[in-house]
Design a protein. Structure first.
Length: 246
């Protein structure tokens, strides 16, 4: 064994999985209430508790879900909510670019599962762990930390979504739940400002969203998200090249 790692306790996949779940627990206090709001708003718009539960747990994209439901409420053409879900989640390309070097040797089935479970909080909890474990004996099992954190995230979100769906159909549209998507977009910007790429992407998207606020069907949000995403990806790629050079 390499003497550098002679005192390192090698973690099994199960230990990594449990550690990931524990690391995500503090975030569930915010995940579950947001899931409740998303489930309630979706049930209110669609007037179906079952569809709200299926949408919330199966799509697993909170901010995109909220914006899409707002567009449905506004009676936008069907392609607009579909485009909204795609564009808002394009930020995951930036997450994927940052994580790609740690997933090179991961089997396809686990890549697919990880892609479905990927959220802002999964990335925030998982990425630092991948970087910490790289080059150590635990690097081979660090994927399970990410999956454990992501499963905890999904479970808390889905639980909140079910509770919200059960009560949401009873909430009248006059309660102005349609303001929630705007707050969700603001939360996404603040949440993403944790490194240089995230800060530039969030700042650019926020400024563009204000400038383009008058466009119909919330198209300003879509365009702003794309601009922020492209800038964030360029900065992240440059940072990766610099790390490899070192």
């Amino acid at each position: 064994m390499n003497p550098t790692f002679s005192n390192v306790l090698v973690s099994t996949p199960r230990q990594q999985f449990v550690a990931g779940m524990r690391a995500q627990i503090p975030n569930t206090s915010g995940i579950m209430p947001f899931g409740m709001i998303a489930g309630a708003f979706t049930a209110t718009v669609l007037q179906s508790q079952l569809l709200a539960v299926l949408y919330t747990s199966g799509v697993f994209a909170g901010r995109a879900q909220m914006v899409a439901m707002q567009l449905v409420l506004d009676k936008s053409p069907i392609f607009v909510p579909l485009a909204a879900c795609v564009v808002i989640n394009l930020r995951h390309l930036m997450y994927g670019a940052a994580l790609s070097e740690y997933f090179r040797h991961v089997p396809l089935r686990w890549k697919i599962l990880s892609a479905f479970l990927m959220t802002d909080l999964s990335y925030i909890v998982g990425y630092p762990h991948f970087r910490k474990e790289v080059g150590t004996p635990n690097a081979a099992t660090s994927l399970w930390f990410f999956i454990g954190a992501s499963i905890m995230n999904w479970g808390a979100w889905s639980t909140g979504g079910v509770i919200g769906a059960l009560i949401g159909a009873q909430i009248p549209l006059s309660w102005s739940l349609d303001l929630v998507p705007t707050f969700s977009f603001i939360a996404a910007l603040v949440n993403g400002m944790r490194d240089k790429a995230g800060f530039v992407a969030g700042a650019a998207a926020g400024i563009c969203a204000v400038v383009l606020a008058g466009l119909p069907w919330s198209m300003g949000l879509f365009i702003s998200a794309i601009i922020g995403l492209v800038l964030g990806l360029l900065i992240e790629k440059k940072a990766q090249s610099a790390r490899r050079g070192n």
